[in-house]
Design a protein around this ligand. Sequence first.
Ligand SMILES: [Fe+2]
Length: 467
Amino acid sequence: MPVFSDGLGLSVTAASGEAAAAFGGTVEGYVRFTRDTGDRLKNTLTADPDMPLAHVTQGYFMKLFGTKAMALRADKALGTAKELSSRIAITDREQGHLAALDNWCAGNIDGAADAWESVLLDHPTDMLALRLAHFAHFYAGDGSKMRDSVARVLPSWDKSHPLYGNLIGMYGFGLEESGDYRRGERMAREAVDIDPKDAWSVHAVAHVMEMEGRHREGIDWIQGLEPHWSSVHNFRFHVWWHRTLFHLERYEFDTVLELYDSQVASDLEADQYLDVVNAAALLWRLELYGIKVGPERWAALAELAKNHLDDHELVFVSLHYLMALLGAGRMEEAGELVEKLRAYADGEGTRGQTQAKVTKKVGLALAGAMTAIRTGNPSRAVSLIWPVRYDIRLIGGSHAQRDVFEEMLVDASLKGNDPRIARALLAERTTRKPHSAWSWQRYGDALGDTPEATSAKSRADELLAQA
Ligand SMILES: [Fe+2]
């Protein structure tokens, strides 16, 4: 089969130029978070039902759903891609993608990331490989890899490339997640200047503001660009979630709940894991702030979570499903989820699987801790989280997302019977997040009846008065 240009500077094995261009449009849709990305892939496969890379990409998209049901469909797409490549000569780049999907379907996400990085050594402008490597590094909680993966290819990109803005926005997010807030913000802002609809980059700037405690600025930033980023697919609810975090830090709880109902949890029927991740973490945080969120909100999340007890694509996501079940008080299903996680981590067939290893190393401890919190045993929660807290990053997600586990540890340490840990954690946290009124208030609680406690509470009051 001949090769044609995909319109993004790369050659793809295809039946026609039309099919190759449709494939390029699919990659563009995926990177830009367009709502019609799935249709774009369907059109590609209509134009050329035997395009190997289109079938591999179908497998990728299925895996990105993060569910067992979709993983089975990814296996099918992999089988088709392998069969096609046995009778159609494909390029080395396409072989690399096939190897990546093969690894991913076998549960070896690290192996998939290696395959994408290998493709990028020869084809540094392969945005499909780069964006998927970005995803894999994100769910490995590895900000350095997110940063360096993009840095390695940057010199090969021309500013006239249609996805150049997305590229530097990804770099900005990698810089932020690896702690370089100044350069991260600069890169991500440049990306937003190029395309204000680039929600990933808008959100990278919001991450910088979250990490630096620039809460009012964060609200203004997200609000000011809303007409642009709100046109993207369900990722827009994650941007809304970021906005609610800023309001939460300012104790604007009515606004948080209003935005929870009207935006963050407004499309739960789509059954997308990120929506549940956003929503469950927000409800849990609200409760840590002493806000009653009511049983209905938890119940709606639990209704979705109960259908995902067997999904083991990402332990980060499973832990949020567990949050939903525990929040709703559905202890039996919560226990079932934990047992299934345990069986997955220990299972013969999961040896070498990236997520099984992470589940074993840290996921089960977090699951046990959350269960202990909801069954009135905060000391047990502390004893489970404390030894693994520097491994929590392995479950992936962003610093901002994983902070809910730190917050639950802080709260459990205050309610448990070891005030030394509460004081130590809050000394650390108020240094890292000096603009967090919640942290200063909790530090005041931890310090007991002392002048230092009075001063910590005053700091919280000052921050809230300035808000
Ligand atoms: Fe985020």
